[in-house]
Design a binder for this molecule. Structure first.
Ligand SMILES: Nc1nc2c(ncn2[C@@H]2O[C@H](COP(=O)(O)OP(=O)(O)OP(=O)(O)O)[C@@H](O)[C@H]2O)c(=O)[nH]1
Ligand SMILES: [Mg+2]
Length: 699
């Protein structure tokens, strides 16, 4: 593909609810633009974008898939994303590779839960947004009602860019509302009625043009073309286009809309920060400093690791030495590849606006920034559904952890941990379905069969009051003994505490230094004066605390939201050792923790449930019987309601099945981690009783 100007690039992600026809749309864009010849189809397994064996088997997308083609002299990079909320991590990652999002709405089903979710995510990613009402050829489409539902939910900035001619199976064309032709016969909504509203949302971004318009001078075509792009970039306009990806009606107009009205990589204002935290604007200059990001990682059985990179500024070439936030030392760039779904082809270089992949760069990770600047972090949702896994064949343990680590690289919503107590591998994903698909991948890619146990919920342990105490570890068994004595004060550390103002002499008069672990919200304060414990033993003491925190105290779960101040101790010039202090630290942590009113915390999730209106009453009572709290509900159009609630994860691990049977398959939901909360005491007792922690006093 020819090297083009930045104004000639369009980077677009298609996102929306499952089965809204995204993959079919992208496949048919490739066909329509002459990039491929044969007719691809999701249904018979010949889709270009759904090329993965699991995708072909299930007939839905699991991974984001990148393609490129030319249209109207412009170069398009388009990313097809999965619509199941279980794979939202893929969709979110893809949003950080592009400039525009097309929110695909199924004309028949209306606005579904994941449609809402991706609309919000695209907004968070700062993308220009448009709405594509797809599957216009389906039966039972009520287009005017759907447009009302869209504007009710997402506001008046959503304006039709074209209107359908013919309804349902008779859908046969679209008419522009910007340049309305003389003949508008068959239009389902009168384009002239929409025209003024569209004009006003466009010129809203330019006061001068707007004033003149209200004084009676309409904007020129040149002004409209320029301002519409700005309006999309600023979000004052979210154009709606309609089409049928399957029949191809409206597809050309959709591509034209992206070409003429869509954003080029220079139209969005982006910032990055220096290592010192200073913010700077990213300018799409091929000769400028490199600003790029890995937005996706795929482990291909043949090419091995592929890191998908979006370049924002500067130019990268093979063998360049590049700094990455995920690597300690500068990396040497591997061969650059242009990706067409499953296929790759070599390219010489990549400049601003480009999307390329690079092979076999082990130290690159999804989300990492390349170059001297840091792009704002991508916020992936926290996975919460855990399962303990073991290989079916004994002896495959190492192979299993290797295979699972590959999945960790590919999927930022998948976690791998070792259970502090049972030492089993625990995988955590977004949902049962997410984990099932990963299991299938292990079987295909790594020829590994795994057994799974009942879902594990990532409970946490914490304390509720201050406590203090000491422990002396002393062992004399001939020869050199072991000696270490540690005195601590332990205190609850609420999330969000400003550590820099808290860890000061005002709160800890003896403070010498402190270390903070953000992930577990743990503060370690060194307040040892007079050399009662030599400084070289402090790392061992901290390690003793951390090991104990990982193993848990009351029920075997990770400890969090705790601070420990080591303020006194004793040592012995001969018998003290790192091991002795580590043991003393672990023991004192355990003992003091038990005096500090320990409690179990549990994850609470936010559920958005879309159901037929008839099921709303049942859903309210079901949620309250599960200990949930309904936050509110609103209309989703098409006789559907969305109920928003918060509920303990423990009560909804198999909610997919409940909803399926309650609504006869018509309901759907998204689940997102919200926060940790103290569990009801009776449930805590049950869980503590289940876990009999080994007492391991080493004396
Ligand atoms: N009638 C009609 N059917 C369509 C259209 N587009 C897709 N379909 C069918 O709808 C089903 C789902 O299509 P996909 O393209 O896989 O939908 P998707 O949005 O990619 O689905 P996910 O990958 O699960 O998010 C398939 O059976 C398609 O043949 C369309 O424009 N009209
Ligand atoms: Mg798909």
């Amino acid at each position: 593909m020819a090297k083009g100007k930045i104004q000639d690039i369009r980077n677009l992600v298609l996102c929306g609810h499952g089965s809204s026809g995204k993959t079919t749309l992208v496949d048919n864009m490739l066909l329509k633009t002459g990039t491929i010849n044969a007719h691809p189809s999701v249904d018979d397994g010949s889709s270009i974008c759904d090329f993965d064996p699991e995708e072909k088997h299930h007939k839905y997308s699991i991974e984001a898939s990148v393609v490129h083609f030319d249209h109207g002299g412009l170069r398009f990079h388009v990313i097809d994303t999965p619509g199941y909320p279980d794979f939202i991590g893929q969709t979110i990652g893809a949003m950080y590779g592009v400039d525009m999002a097309a929110i695909v709405v199924n004309a028949q089903a209306g606005i579904e839960v994941n449609t809402r979710r991706v609309f919000d995510e695209a907004g968070k990613a700062g993308l220009g947004r448009m709405v594509v009402v797809n599957k216009m050829d389906s039966d039972n489409v009520d287009f005017p009602a759907l447009v009302d539902a869209i504007t009710d939910l997402w506001g008046k900035s959503c304006v039709l860019l074209n209107v359908p001619v013919g309804h349902g199976p008779a859908f046969r064309g679209v008419i522009s509302t910007l340049h309305v032709p003389a003949d508008t016969s068959g239009a389902v909504i009168d384009p002239n009625e929409v025209h003024d509203r569209l004009l006003e949302s466009i010129i809203e971004v330019d006061e001068g043009v707007m004033e003149r318009y209200f004084e009676g001078t309409p904007p020129t075509d040149e002004e409209l073309s320029r301002l519409i792009v700005r309006a999309v970039a600023e979000g004052t306009l979210i154009p709606i286009a309609c089409c049928s990806g399957k029949t191809g009606v409206g597809l050309n107009e959709l591509l034209d809309a992206v070409a003429l009205r869509g954003l080029c990589p220079a139209d969005l204002r982006r910032t990055a920060s220096t290592a010192e935290g200073e913010e700077t604007e990213v300018l799409p200059d091929p000769a400028g400093p490199l600003v790029a990001r890995v937005f996706k990682t795929r482990i291909d059985p043949f090419v091995q690791k592929l890191s998908f990179i979006r370049v924002f500024s500067g130019t990268i070439k093979r063998d360049d030495s590049v700094i990455a936030t995920s690597a300690r030392k500068p990396l040497k760039m591997g061969p650059l590849l242009r990706v067409q779904a499953a296929e790759t082809a070599g390219v010489d270089e990549a400049g601003p606006g480009d999307i390329v992949a690079v092979a076999k760069m082990e130290e690159l990770q999804t989300g990492a920034s390349l170059g001297p600047y840091r792009l704002p972090a991508i916020s992936f949702p926290t996975p919460m559904v855990g399962l303990a896994v073991t290989p079916k064949s004994r002896g495959d343990e190492t192979k299993l952890s290797g295979a699972l680590n590959k999945v960790v690289e590919e999927d930022r919503t998948f976690r791998l941990d070792r259970d502090g107590q049972t030492k089993e591998l625990v995988v955590t994903g977004m949902s049962e379905l997410h984990l099932t698909v990963i299991r299938e991948r292990l079987l295909r890619r790594d020829k590994l069969e795994v057994d799974t146990k009942e879902p594990k919920i990532p409970y946490r342990e914490t304390i509720q009051v201050k406590a203090e105490g000491s422990y002396r570890h002393k062992k004399q068994s001939g020869g050199r003994g072991q000696f270490g004595e540690v005195h601590i004060r332990m205190f609850p550390l609420p999330r969000g505490t400003d550590i820099d103002t808290f860890a000061t002499k005002e709160h800890f008069p003896q403070l010498k230094s402190f270390r903070y672990d953000e992930a577990n919200n743990f503060l370690f304060v060194d307040a040892i004066v007079g050399g009662v414990i030599p400084g070289n033993f402090l790392p061992a003491i901290e390690k003793g605390f951390r090991d104990r925190m990982t193993r848990g105290v009351i029920a075997g779960y990770q400890v969090q939201n705790v601070g420990v101040e080591v303020h006194f101790g004793k040592h012995h010039p001969v018998d003290s050792s790192e091991a002795a202090f580590k043991t003393a630290a672990s023991m004192v942590f355990r003992n003091v923790f038990q005096d500090a009113k320990p409690a179990l915390l549990e994850p609470v999730v936010r559920l958005d449930i879309t159901i037929p209106e008839a099921n709303v009453g049942d859903t309210y009572s079901d949620m309250s019987s599960r200990g949930g709290r309904v936050l509110g509900s609103d209309s989703a159009g098409g006789g559907l309601q969305t109920v928003r609630c918060e509920v303990p994860l423990r009560c909804v691990t198999t909610y997919a099945r409940t909803l399926q049977s309650m609504t006869g398959g018509q309901g759907s939901y998204t689940m997102e981690f919200s926060h940790y909360d103290v569990m009801p005491p009776n449930v805590q007792q049950e869980i503590i009783a289940k876990t009999k922690l080994q007492e391991e006093e080493e004396d």
